[in-house]
Design a protein around this ligand. Structure first.
Ligand code: UGA
Length: 439
């Protein structure tokens, strides 16, 4: 049987999941409560930057297999499997995650569920949420026993979302019945037959796998950034140190790039929500190290501002600072908790004349920070700069020619916030080159 799928929430995760499942041959109905977003998606106009996704969206629409709606009634009528992909942002003024969008989906969908179906949670949640939502479904759905919940965390990275969805590292499934497992095996058959490992487990374990993975990644990044702090104090070079560590297969080189640290809509808020939830469960001691992971990460941003001020001669007054990069990482237009933007705003607050350039994130920057000046290219943004900061390692920045850039700036001073440039080449062109964690 070919199941009909719905995808609730059409952000980075949901839009990708909907378009990829349609590309695999399923009939898919995407739902969002934001009518503007739905209008754009229906027109084949992807509201986010994600390599390869616009094409998949358009081919899905053209095939007739991919459609969008704002109606829960229509979605309930249509779907055999309902994927829930809404966001769980950090609560204002607290560490905990705000799961109200998830509750809103269940409360809006459940009253229309009059036949057999499976609801599949993909959002990142505090452990215990799945069971709570399962109970709520059972209470609110007219089809009661015929409606089941499964938990299937998503591990995709922005910038590689299509690839990660089509070829995941693993599929994790929290289920309470063989029936749910059977349905999910059919849905993910293309991935499973390609050899993707499948881990069948219970709800809490499935929920925890996701936050544990992000906590591990955040810890690895903060570990190397802590080493960068020690390297600075000891006049050692963290880039060489990281390279040397990477050859130990038990350590590995991925997520071991020292620099400005992690940002985005996931890692920072996920480790905080994980600590908050562990506290509620009485297991807070187990995760106190994540407080340190977070603190190391935030210190990188402060250190970057200090280094830039040092290069500016001790004060940002009267100083033009060019910030290359605004997205939280390359290949994305996402500026949520972006380290680059955070640094740009802090320098502006301290009196610097800041100009930001990013290949794809400037529309989002203009909307969120209308008072921040933006350039139309890296070279234009760098006109007359006293200090240049490379804060997101887009290839077009790492490939910049030091002579060409040197021709437009007022003084050749650069801080490489991502350890992405070749120090020797830049110094040979007369640049005062500095990087976090290096002499
Ligand atoms: C992260 C995880 O990698 C995904 O597996 C997960 O599914 C996703 O969160 C999520 O929870 O939805 P993402 O936020 O897209 O994915 O970005 P990452 O590629 O993990 O990068 C996160 C941050 O770490 C970026 O700011 C990046 O610049 C930084 N980073 C990464 C470093 O500072 N150093 C590194 O070595 C690697």
């Amino acid at each position: 049987m070919s199941y009909r799928l719905t995808v609730m929430g059409t952000g980075y995760l949901g839009a990708t999941h909907a378009a990829c499942m349609a590309a695999l041959g399923f009939e898919v109905l995407g739902l969002d409560v934001d009518p503007d977003k739905i209008a754009r998606l229906r027109a084949g106009d992807l509201p986010i930057h994600e390599p390869g996704l616009q094409d998949l969206l358009q081919s899905g629409l053209a095939s007739g297999r991919l459609r969008f709606t704002t109606s829960y009634e229509e979605a309930a009528e249509f779907g055999d499997v309902h994927f829930v992909c809404v966001g769980t942002p950090q609560k204002k003024g607290e560490y905990a995650a705000d799961v109200s969008y998830l509750d809103a989906v269940v409360e809006s969908l459940a009253p229309h569920l009059t036949r057999q179906c499976l609801v599949v949670g993909k959002s990142t949640v505090p452990v215990g949420t799945a069971q709570r939502l399962a109970d709520k479904l059972a209470l609110l759905a007219p089809a009661a026993d015929l409606v089941e919940l499964a938990w299937n965390p998503e591990f995709l990275r922005e910038g590689f979302a299509v690839k990660d969805t089509m070829n995941p590292d693993r599929i994790v499934l929290g289920v309470v019945s063989d029936k749910a497992e059977k349905v999910m095996r059919e849905v993910y058959e293309p991935m499973l037959s390609a050899g993707t490992p499948l881990i069948i487990t219970d709800y809490p374990t499935a929920e925890l796998v996701k936050v544990a993975a992000n906590a591990f990644l955040a810890t690895k990044i903060s570990f190397i950034n802590a080493m960068a702090e020690v390297c600075e104090a000891a006049h050692a070079d963290v880039k060489d140190l990281s390279l040397a560590l990477s050859f130990d297969e038990r350590i590995g080189g991925r997520f071991l790039n020292p620099g400005l640290g992690f940002g985005g809509g996931c890692l920072p808020k996920d480790i905080r929500a994980f600590m908050a939830r562990a506290g509620e469960l009485g297991a807070d001691q187990a995760l106190t190290f994540l407080r340190e992971v977070d603190a190391i990460n935030m210190r990188r941003r402060a250190r970057m501002v200090d280094l830039a001020r040092e290069l500016a001669g001790g004060s940002f007054r009267g100083c033009s600072v060019t910030v290359l990069g605004a997205a939280f990482k390359p290949n994305s237009d996402d500026i949520r908790d972006s380290p680059a933007l955070d640094v740009a705003l802090k320098i502006q607050e301290q009196g610097g004349k800041v100009t930001v350039y990013d290949p794809v994130a400037l529309d989002n920057v203009r909307k969120a920070h209308p008072n921040l000046s933006v350039g139309s290219s890296a070279l234009e943004a760098a006109q007359g700069a006293h200090v240049v900061l490379l804060l997101t390692e887009w290839p077009e920045f790492t490939e910049l020619d030091p002579e060409t850039l040197g021709g437009v700036v007022a003084s050749r001073r650069i801080v490489d916030g991502r350890n992405a440039l070749d120090a020797e080449t830049w110094r040979a062109s007369g640049w005062h080159y500095r990087a976090l964690g290096r002499p």
